[in-house]
Design a protein around this ligand. Structure first.
Ligand SMILES: Cc1cc2nc3c(=O)[nH]c(=O)nc-3n(C[C@H](O)[C@H](O)[C@H](O)COP(=O)(O)O)c2cc1C
Length: 208
């Protein structure tokens, strides 16, 4: 039985493209493997707090105060969800050329020295190996090709963050030109759904 962790971060609720496509992926995975275990985190709705001077020791130091201990507890909880998952599905809209700050706050809690990554003589080493990630990237414009490509600080950043904790097997599903009108939006959704159908079929054929 696979365990899937689903992270959504769009601020657009039911109108969100990334949430819609993440839903498609999850439905497809459940159809392929009905006994799948699901854990869902909505970092927009739940509002993962940003780290501050009052809380940062909870993830990057020795927690002592109540605020630091609460931060460490949240970090422990989020990391436990990640450690338990075989597949992580992330809805990551492009905001200001990168990711939503709520998703960044989630990463700030799960990139934790000696727990999800370690420094070794050979350099940093990710400790969450053997997992697969599927990331839906919804974008108002076009960044996978053409002049916009140089402004894509979303995909390289997500690749770096996930790779840093050992998740190297990442599939990106793009839904681009969402801001180019209803026709472009439908085209983007259809293209993304086609890629999702292939991916789900591939995962069903080889669940490992
Ligand atoms: C705060 C904010 C910032 C955005 N910044 C960008 C951007 O830098 N580039 C872009 O192409 N689209 C940008 N957009 C548009 C979104 O990427 C687009 O609407 C996408 O569909 C959002 O995903 P969602 O529908 O899952 O929320 C931005 C939207 C918001 C709300």
């Amino acid at each position: 039985m696979s365990h899937i962790l689903v992270i959504n971060s769009s601020v657009s609720g039911d109108a969100s493209v990334s949430r819609t496509l993440v839903g498609d992926i999850v439905r497809g995975l459940i159809e392929a493997q009905p006994d799948v275990r699901l854990t869902c985190r909505d970092v927009d709705e739940e509002g993962i707090p940003h780290l501050s001077a009052v809380t940062v020791a909870g993830v990057r130091g020795v927690a002592a105060t109540a605020a630091e201990l609460a931060t460490r507890d949240l970090s422990d909880e989020l990391i436990a969800e990640l450690q338990a998952a075989d597949i992580v599905v992330i809805g990551a809209p492009m905001y200001n050329f990168s990711i939503p700050s709520s998703l960044r706050a989630w990463f700030d809690h799960v990139l934790r020295p000696r727990v999800t990554f370690a420094y070794s003589a050979a350099g940093p080493q990710g400790l969450l190996t053997g997992k697969r990630a599927i990331v839906v990237q919804s974008r108002g414009g076009l960044y996978s090709e053409g002049p916009g490509k140089a402004s894509d600080f979303q995909e390289p950043y997500l690749k770096q963050l996930l790779g840093f904790i050992g998740i190297d097997d990442v599939t990106f599903i793009h839904a681009e030109k969402i801001g180019f009108g209803p026709e472009a939006r439908e085209l983007a959704l259809a293209g993304a759904r086609e890629r999702i159908a292939h991916l789900v079929a591939e995962l069903a054929a080889d669940p490992a």
